[in-house]
Ligand binder design. Structure first.
Ligand code: BDR
Ligand code: CA
Length: 308
């Protein structure tokens, strides 16, 4: 399957890189980078270095949007560290970002492989929405979109009601929801059940030592954040769950929902809502993961990473 990974690395984004690199079912056509967990420049640096660690050596990496469509930039360095990868320090890759902007690379690849590209969105969705604004003819040519984002019946992690990726660019998320994509959403309802703990690091015994060290050093910071701010023992690994669903969709159960984003609330800006009881009469616009086989996912992640 041909995939473009759109990402803001980010600790859990990095884990998604590792999982994708270990998944022969996936051909990564490009990694497109956005603002989000940190600035787009730091995210691009991280993407180059993580790709090298993961052995993704021939995948073009393109720098994308540096700010959201409407609101001003937010970053989450208390969650992911100043550099975006917690306590991890990776060797600096000698590779550079692609000469093309991420938006142009998305447009080019969708035209090159019509009806074949899956867009895996694990950050704010600014790049995708800029691409469809620049060239709306790509809309029917995109096979499907899988987005880690939103929170349906679960609290927010950016505000009491908003999930971070939607919070960073709610207007882009709203546009994505209204475009009519074949869209799968992987919200906090499922990702916050997937809590990665030191016992999972132990289970990585036998994996390449640089990879284990990277996972240890990055997630230690992430775990400290979850402990201090959210009283969670371990860390939620949101993005790799979305990546896993590309090859193991049966790890989740789904509901078709009409999903919207609050753009004007006082306390609920960027909250995603789902029409659970069909109150609006609107047709569903997304398939939303609402149940997850936690042990199955953790086992899948660990076994795959061990093959790298
Ligand atoms: C999402 O926000 C980011 O901090 C994570 O990388 C993930 O994509 C979880 O809300
Ligand atoms: Ca992310």
């Amino acid at each position: 399957m041909r995939v473009i990974l759109d990402t803001d690395p980010g600790i859990d984004d990095a884990l998604a890189f590792l999982l994708l690199a270990a998944s022969p079912e996936v051909t990564l056509e490009a990694i497109t980078v956005t603002h989000g967990n940190t600035s787009v420049d730091k995210c691009a640096r991280n993407a180059l270095d993580i790709a090298e660690l993961a052995g993704l050596l021939n995948v073009p990496i393109a720098r994308g949007a540096s700010e959201p469509l409407v609101k001003s930039l937010t970053v989450a360095e208390e969650t992911h560290g100043d550099g975006g990868l917690g306590y991890a320090k990776l060797p600096t890759s000698s590779k550079s970002v692609d000469t093309k902007h991420a938006v142009d690379l998305i447009i080019e690849l969708v035209h090159k492989y019509p009806h074949e590209i899956t867009l895996l969105m694990i950050g704010p969705v600014t790049n995708l929405t800029l691409a469809i604004r620049k060239d709306p003819t790509i809309i029917p040519l995109i096979k499907n979109v899988v987005s880690m984002g939103g929170s349906i019946h679960f609290p927010g992690n950016a505000t009491p009601s908003a999930e971070y990726n939607v919070f960073c660019d709610p207007h882009a998320y709203d546009l994505m929801l209204r475009t009519g994509f074949d869209l799968t959403i992987v919200p906090l309802d499922v990702t916050y059940q997937c809590i990665f703990q030191p016992r999972h690091i132990k289970a990585l015994d036998g994996a390449r030592s640089e990879i284990v060290k990277f996972i240890e050093d990055s997630t230690r910071f992430y775990m400290e954040f979850h402990d201090e701010y959210q009283k969670i023992d371990g860390c939620a690994i949101n993005d790799p769950l979305a990546a896993a669903l590309l090859v193991r969709p049966e790890l989740c159960t789904y509901r078709d929902y009409y999903v919207t984003v609050e753009l004007a609330g006082n306390h609920t800006t960027a909250k995603t809502t789902a029409d659970h009881f069909y109150a609006t009469g609107e047709k569903p616009n997304a398939k939303v993961a609402m149940g997850v086989d936690v042990d199955g996912f953790m086992e899948f992640f660990i076994q795959r990473v061990k093959t790298l």
